[in-house]
Design a protein around this ligand. Structure first.
Ligand code: AMP
Ligand code: FE
Ligand code: FE
Ligand code: ZN
Length: 286
């Protein structure tokens, strides 16, 4: 049986592999297909796609967007994004601009706590164009302010941390419409990372289905077997497809491996074949 990974992050956002390294890693792991789904940027996709051709692995152009709900952030994945995605690119440029403002404010808060990090240092650490808290966390570790990334989030950057600032994000409906309107397959990312009332989740998914959502990410490194079953069951009931991936971030989440998650994750190639069958029914290319 062959396996896939439809949720990964490169240096273009908060992963640490270059897009080409990530694809090479996926090929070396024997995966049949990989999607690159960086937060708020498409800038790694061309490099990854070219590498995938060299390595003979199927590649999906993707992206992950954060959205706001009454239960906190929910993330939305776009898969099979087209090469020309102007409407999305414009919105992403605006979102990244807001990220930069937020990063500057977080650095100001850290400065008042006696930790000095400049925007230049942050950009150098990040390498890519979508910059955020994991890059600040990595600098906090490098400067010896904290022993590891987890502590950086717990003490400073996470909600409740001393330098926490929320991020301005999209409404979920807009995120789904933006990507579905480009012909992408839109999937609700890792819906079970935090406890949610089941009725609320079902109503939320129905709301997004009306905007073009076509799948649920049932298989994810942080989903328990019970969470996977409940996602599969919800997708069946609402006639949605399934997607799955590790949420690989390279050294920023060192225990997550491409295609394996924390060790027990395996996303069969059938999942991709089912998503493709759904796209064909809708007259979309795959
Ligand atoms: P941002 O988009 O700047 O708000 O940063 C969110 C990202 O931080 C997520 O996509 C994760 O990759 C990462 N993250 C969040 N919490 C933690 C944590 N406790 N440890 C490591 N990384 C985290
Ligand atoms: Fe991330
Ligand atoms: Fe996410
Ligand atoms: Zn992710």
């Amino acid at each position: 049986m062959r396996f896939i990974d439809l949720h990964t992050h490169s240096q273009a956002s908060d992963g640490t592999d270059s897009p080409a390294q990530l694809v090479a890693g996926a090929a070396a792991a024997g995966l049949a297909a990989v999607a690159l789904t960086d937060h708020d940027t498409l800038s790694g996709l061309d490099e990854a796609e070219a590498a995938a051709q060299r390595h003979g692995i199927e590649f999906l152009r993707g992206c992950e967007l954060s959205t706001r709900t009454e239960y906190g952030e929910m993330h939305i994945l776009g898969l099979w994004l087209p090469r020309q995605a102007d409407a999305l690119e414009q919105r992403l440029a605006d979102i990244r601009h807001k990220r930069d403002n937020r990063n500057a404010h977080i650095l100001e808060k850290l400065a008042t706590l006696g930790i000095s990090i400049s925007m230049d240092e942050l950009q150098h650490e990040a390498q890519g164009e979508s910059v955020g808290r994991p890059h600040i966390a990595a600098l906090l570790v490098k400067k010896g302010a904290v022993p590891d990334m987890e502590t950086a989030f717990r003490e400073y950057l996470g909600s409740g941390g001393r330098a926490y600032l929320p991020k301005e994000v999209l409404e979920p409906e807009e995120a789904v419409r933006l990507m579905a309107g480009l012909g992408a397959t839109v999937s609700l990312a890792h819906p079970c990372l935090k406890p949610l009332p089941p009725d609320w989740l079902e109503a939320f998914v129905l709301r997004l289905k009306a905007c073009g959502l076509s799948a649920i990410e049932a298989y994810h490194s942080e989903h328990s077997d019970a969470a996977i079953r409940s996602c599969v069951d919800l997708a069946r009931r609402l006639d949605l497809g399934l997607s799955g991936g590790s949420d690989y971030h390279g050294r920023n989440k060192p225990r997550i491996r491409l295609g394996h998650g924390y060790g027990g994750l395996r996303v069969p190639l059938d999942i991709l074949e089912d998503l493709k069958a759904r796209r064909r029914q809708q007259g979309l290319p795959c």
